[in-house]
Design a protein around this ligand. Structure first.
Ligand SMILES: Nc1ncnc2c1ncn2[C@@H]1O[C@H](COP(=O)(O)OP(=O)(O)OP(=O)(O)O)[C@@H](O)[C@H]1O
Length: 262
C-alpha cells in the first residue's frame, strides 16, 4: 500500500536572535493509510514543528513532504488539525464552529439541509448532540476538544493531525476522549498522527510510535510497531504482558537512551 504521507529528508531551521537554530535534522519516515502514528519525545524536540510541516502551516528549510504523492505546499482540508487548546471561535456555538469549516470545504457541494445534517452527524460522533447551541465558554475543556474533533472530522480529512489534544484534560476525561478517537478511527479508518507526552496514550492508541531524539537537530530515533490487536480496551491491556513490554520499550528510549533536558 502506498504511504499517504511521506516525509523525506526534512530539516527545519529557525532564525533566532542567537543565530540559526536547527530544530529538525534530516527527518524521513512514511505514514500508511489508516494507521495511527504517535510522535513522542522530550519537550522541545520538535514534535509540533514536524506536525506543522505535515499540516502545511510551515515549509521545511530543506527536504520534501508529500501527501498522496503531491507536495505539501500549504494547509488543506485533507489534513485537518486539532490543537491542544481547542481553537474554537468563542462567539460561535458548537454547531456554528463546525459549520464554518463545513462551509469552507463543502460550499456548492452540499445544500443547506445536507450541511445541517452533516454538522449534527459529526457533533453526534463525539457525543455532543446535547450541546449543539452552546458557546465554548459554556462547556467543559473536554467538550471543547470534542467540538474541535467534530470540526476536523466534518472536513472529511484523509489525515487527522492531533497536537496533544488531550494534554490539558483530567485523566478521566482524557480516557473518554482517547476511547472516542479509537472508536472513530476504527469506524472511518482515518489516518491519525498524534503528538503526545504520555507513554500509555501512545501505546494504547498507536499502530506505531515514532520516538524522536532530543533537539537541537532532532531526528527519528526509533519507530516501534505496536502489535496489539484491536479493538483495544485499557482495562484488558492492563493485564496484558505484551502491552507492558511495549510500554517499557518506549520508557527505555525516553529515559535511558534520551534523557530529559532540564
Ligand atoms: N518559530 C520558531 N522560531 C525559533 N525557534 C523555534 C520556533 N518554533 C520552534 N522553535 C524551536 O524548535 C524546537 C522544537 O520546538 P517544538 O515546539 O516543535 O517542540 P515540541 O517537541 O513540540 O515541544 P513540546 O513537547 O514542549 O510542545 C524548540 O527548541 C523550539 O524552541
Amino acid at each position: 500500500m502506498n504511504p499517504i504521507i511521506r516525509v523525506q529528508q526534512v530539516s527545519q531551521r529557525f532564525a533566532t536572535a542567537q543565530g540559526e537554530f536547527l530544530a529538525l535534522d534530516n527527518v524521513s519516515f512514511d505514514i500508511h493509510p489508516g494507521e495511527t502514528l504517535s510522535l513522542i519525545g522530550h519537550s522541545g524536540c520538535g514534535k509540533s514543528t514536524l506536525l506543522n510541516l505535515i499540516a502545511g502551516l510551515t515549509r521545511p528549510s530543506s527536504g520534501v513532504l508529500l501527501c498522496d504523492n503531491r507536495e505539501v505546499t500549504g494547509p488543506g482540508p485533507e489534513r485537518a488539525v486539532v490543537f491542544q487548546n481547542h481553537s474554537l471561535l468563542p462567539w460561535l456555538t458548537a454547531y456554528q464552529n463546525v459549520e464554518l469549516a463545513v462551509q469552507q470545504v463543502f460550499k456548492g457541494k452540499m445544500n443547506r439541509s445536507e450541511m445541517a445534517e452533516w454538522i449534527e452527524h459529526n457533533l453526534g460522533r463525539v457525543q455532543m448532540s446535547h450541546a449543539l447551541h452552546k458557546r465554548p465558554g459554556e462547556i467543559s475543556g473536554g467538550m471543547k476538544q470534542r467540538v474541535g474533533i467534530a470540526r476536523a472530522l466534518a472536513m472529511k480529512p484523509r489525515v487527522l493531525l492531533l497536537d496533544e489534544p488531550f494534554g490539558a484534560l483530567d485523566a478521566l476525561t482524557r480516557a473518554h476522549l482517547q476511547d472516542s478517537v479509537m472508536r472513530i478511527q476504527q469506524e472511518l479508518n482515518t489516518t491519525i498522527v498524534l503528538i503526545t507526552h504520555d507513554v500509555d496514550e501512545a501505546v494504547l492508541l498507536s499502530d506505531r510510535v515514532l520516538m524522536m531524539t532530543n533537539g537541537p537537530a532532532a531526528r527519528v530515533g526509533e519507530i516501534l510497531p505496536i502489535d496489539l490487536p484491536r479493538p483495544r480496551s485499557r482495562v484488558a491491556l492492563a493485564e496484558e504482558p505484551r502491552y507492558h513490554h511495549l510500554r517499557q520499550q518506549v520508557l527505555h528510549f525516553l529515559y535511558e537512551k534520551q534523557t530529559a533536558v532540564a
